[in-house]
Design a protein around this ligand. Sequence first.
Ligand SMILES: *Cc1c(COP(=O)(O)O)cnc(C)c1O
Length: 496
Amino acid sequence: MHATTLDSLLIGPDATLHDALARLDATAQGIVLVTDAQRRLLRTVTDGDLRRAALAGTPPQTPLRALPAKEPTCAGLQASMRDVLQLLDAQRIDHVPVVDADGRIVDLVTRRELSQRVWLSSPHLGDDEATLVQEAFSSNWIAPLGPHVDAFERELAARVGVAHAAATSSGTAALHLGLRLLGVGPGDLVLCSSLTFVASANPIRQLGATPVFIDSEPQSWNMSPRALQRALDTLAAEGRRPKAAVVVDLYGLSAEMNALLALLDAAGVPMLEDAAESLGASYHGRASGSFGALAVFSFNGNKIITTSGGGMLVGNDAQLIDHARRLSTQAREPARHYEHVEDGYNYRMSNVLAGIGRGQLRVLQQRVDARRAVFEHYRRALAGRAGLRWMGEPPGHRSTRWLSAFVLEHPRPQRARDLLLDFLERHNVEARPVWKPMHLQPLYAGCRYFAHDGDVSAALFGGGVCLPSGSNLDTAQLDRVGALLQRGLDVAEAQA
Ligand SMILES: *Cc1c(COP(=O)(O)O)cnc(C)c1O
């Protein structure tokens, strides 16, 4: 149901059958909701109720309250989509009104809208992927290494403006290799953005090093130069120099690279740029992923382009990237037999998946444009609405808007956020909280953390929401989500 029409379905108990029929006809939802002056739901009236009344000879001027009593089936604000579906099926009905703790109507879920889920970020194939994969099949190049892998590496490096790239089985694998190549090992300290997906931090620990988490700054939501400075100063005073810094470009927006690189360069700490979410973004005209000594991309299924699963380690140092390729193929020495000196991994991307990646890379710009249009669509739909702040795009930045995100400004942000997410979930719309910062994860309990001024990343997590952002969402879906957001925000703000 179009979300803004809820009020048009409300009708008082003194209205007549004829009024209800006219309302059903005008709203075309198959249901009207009989409420008292406090919006408390008294009953529902459906097409079927009116048909039965007419067949029983009830005069059209009969008030609705004289109809045979019918206890309304409704759901509470905590109901999930599954709960609603169960009610729909058990009662053989097509609508479930949602009421608050006082029985006031706040929402209506229809069977029709539950048939099509709106995903957060789903894969979006172009025209060339199947042909490229077919090439791999026809040439029998199903073995891991092959011409698509080499070409994908060259093409991606060219797109990002770096000299070299090594394709891997995942972004996480590329992060692990990148840290290894920067010399991270047992006992080292590694700085890391706290507001990120856990894969940014896990390889640090897996190499025996200790992460030190750095807060976000409020403009870009990315690593705070002020917090980084504080961390570097504090650690220097203790006589410690971090071995590397994992700097994340969140949700398609580059971090403040000028400020961060100045601090890191002065301290002699190399940057591993986690650009898993920001392929296609730029910062002062330079591509995201071209700033770190090494940088990582991901082609997981939910990213802006995908190989179904895969990653890439990029950089300008030919030796490092060569070394990454060797480590990613079990670190075999150049010899006829299998000779091993170093500890390697099976982290290489397969030739079949690289074929998909090449096709995806050809449509990258279209995917970026589409995601940016999604963001603008939401912004227009909620224009003028107070109580929320969109993730920004500071001067010099061009975001891909991989995920459209905002933070609720509410006295109880987390409660409001959860009510909104429950609301959207009930309508079969997938939305998510902003990443839970690493310094709040049980996995990283006890790790050191340097805040900005107040805990910015914790606040972004508390009130932050990521909306469906796929490049393949159509206008009807976006309109539906926009309208649901209006009503969901009303509910969240009122009930939190
Ligand atoms: C997706 C993601 C990764 C991990 O990439 P995979 O390809 O899924 O292993 C790492 N860091 C960030 C910030 C990500 O969003």
